[in-house]
Design a protein around this ligand. Structure first.
Ligand SMILES: NC(=O)C1=CN([C@@H]2O[C@H](COP(=O)(O)OP(=O)(O)OC[C@H]3O[C@@H](n4cnc5c(N)ncnc54)[C@H](O)[C@@H]3O)[C@@H](O)[C@H]2O)C=CC1
Ligand SMILES: N[C@@H](CC=O)C(=O)O
Ligand code: NA
Length: 445
């Protein structure tokens, strides 16, 4: 019986350069060395790790690796390689080193969503022109195979909507706050300790990491290059314990979602809305069950219907799994020959601004407890053509002469964001309103 890689014995080893030896890089190096035989069998050529670019040769390392592999000369290392794995993070020198690798004919594997969201189109074009592969499965939802299914398995379908929990750190924080009552700072510190968070966790907490992933997901799903400025981004730093508690009472859960969906602006322009923001979901929604640092991407496609991809979106080993999958795939292409995968940009749809988004909203208000208050509020909703789905009122009776007040939680039908914003603005101006405690978007109701 012949193996698919009859040339296995003959093909010369492929030289692999690794840039970065942090959480992910150290695990990639370990697996490349430890699983060298099985990787060679699957690839048809040995994947020979020729060097690891680091900042300091003597830095203490949690994963023991042969000292002779370390170098501080990333540039020279890249020029010798057939395959380059970029796990430095950040824009520079990652971008220049990837450009050098491509110019020298190397295939590149990267997990750097920040770079790909900012500079992806230029890099893909350079790679296409050079006939080499630039792969980045690890950049979105870590270990979960999601980019390849969107690009390849669903290439005969039409994706209409993508909803993703694509940042493990924020999902971990929100889940800890929801399930254990942990405070924000403690949950964040634990996510950092577990290796989920970015070097600067602001990128996680403020939604920038998820926004970069949303741009990549939207680009592949809608065959159009979306970049970071196309993504509306709100993080979770304004989510309070009270918001979590109120959501719980209403049978909802707060998740930071990356959303990319086909939509239409008020004036009929077809486009795609790409956004990241805290979102209320019913507790029975499949994404509500995604706990801890896990990620999941929920896709709606015209023919496939609903699909959900679930798994570990962060951490050294899970991310290394996706990196190595890309590496083996790129190496096989070198062994077998043939063209690499290319991005398609045939969609050319417009990115819609956040003011044109249509979704449901949950608005928390505190109001004075007096006759006619609800009528004033509902009148404003009616004037702005925002339809109310449910309204819940809790009266708090004042103690020791304090006046009583009411807490209102109003959930709307789908409404246009700009109309909702004007509604909330007018409500704030009502003398009977003592506070707008939260305005959160709702999906899945
Ligand atoms: N940690 C995770 O769970 C995931 C990380 N990623 C991405 O993978 C990449 C790597 O992430 P981590 O390993 O977590 O980061 P890290 O911060 O643990 O590792 C990066 C390493 O690169 C080194 N480095 C930075 N600039 C360098 C330079 N100029 N020369 C030599 N070394 C340099 C740093 O000293 C550090 O050791 C990032 O792009 C990140 O966004 C993607 C998915 C999940
Ligand atoms: N910091 C990111 C790591 C993976 O991309 C996260 O928390 O998900
Ligand atoms: Na992935």
């Amino acid at each position: 019986m012949t193996t698919p890689f009859a040339s296995e014995q003959e093909h010369q080893p492929l030289k692999v350069a690794l840039l970065g030896c942090g959480n992910v890089g150290s695990q990639v190096a370990r697996i490349l060395l430890q699983d060298a035989d099985s990787l060679a069998a699957r690839t048809g050529a040995r994947l020979e790790l020729i060097g690891i670019a680091v900042r300091r040769l003597e830095a203490p390392r949690e994963v023991p690796l042969p000292a002779e592999l370390f170098t501080t000369d990333a540039e020279s290392l890249v020029k010798e390689a057939d395959l380059v794995i970029e796990l430095l993070g950040g824009i520079e020198p990652a971008r220049s080193l990837i450009q050098t690798a491509i110019a020298h004919g190397a295939c590149v594997v990267s997990a750097n969503k920040a770079l790909l969201a900012a500079e992806g189109p230029a890099l893909y074009e350079q790679a296409d022109a050079a006939g080499v592969q630039l792969s980045y499965e690890a950049a979105v939802a870590g270990a979960i195979p999601i980019l390849r299914p969107i690009r390849d398995s669903l290439s005969g379908d039409k994706i209409t909507r993508v909803l993703g929990i694509v940042n493990g750190t924020t999902n971990y924080i929100l889940d800890q706050m929801d399930s254990t009552g942990a405070d924000f700072a403690t949950a964040l510190a634990e996510a950092q300790r577990l290796g989920y968070a970015e070097a600067d966790p602001t990128a996680d907490v403020e939604g920038h990491d998820a926004a970069a992933k949303a741009a990549i997901l939207a680009s592949l799903s809608f065959h159009t290059r979306f970049a970071l400025p196309d993504v509306h981004c709100e993080g979770i730093s304004s989510i309070s314990a009270a918001d979590i508690e109120a959501a719980k009472e209403a049978g909802l859960v707060i998740k930071l979602l990356a959303i990319a969906e086909k939509s239409q602006s008020a004036d009929g322009l077809a486009g795609v809305s790409v956004r990241v923001h805290p979102t209320l979901l019913p507790r029975e929604h499949p994404l509500a069950a995604v706990r801890g640092a896990f990620n999941a991407v929920f896709i709606e496609a015209e023919y496939a219907g609903e699909l959900m991809f679930y798994g570990q979106g962060a951490g050294g080993n899970p991310t290394a799994s996706a990196v190595l999958g890309d590496l083996v795939s790129a190496a096989r292409r070198i062994v077998l020959g043939g063209p690499g995968r290319t991005e398609t940009t045939t969609g050319q749809v417009a990115a819609l601004g956040i003011d044109q988004v249509q979704t449901s909203y949950c608005i928390g208000l505190t109001v004075t407890d007096q006759p006619g208050v609800l009528a004033q509020i509902t009148q404003i909703f009616a004037t702005h053509e925002v339809s109310i789905e449910t309204m819940r009122q809790t009266i708090h009776h004042g103690e020791a002469g304090e006046p009583s007040y009411a807490e209102l939680r109003i959930v709307t039908h789908r409404a246009v964001e700009s109309a909702l914003a004007s509604t909330v603005q007018k409500i704030r101006e009502l003398p009977v309103i003592t506070g707008v405690t939260s305005v959160l978007r709702v999906e899945g109701i």
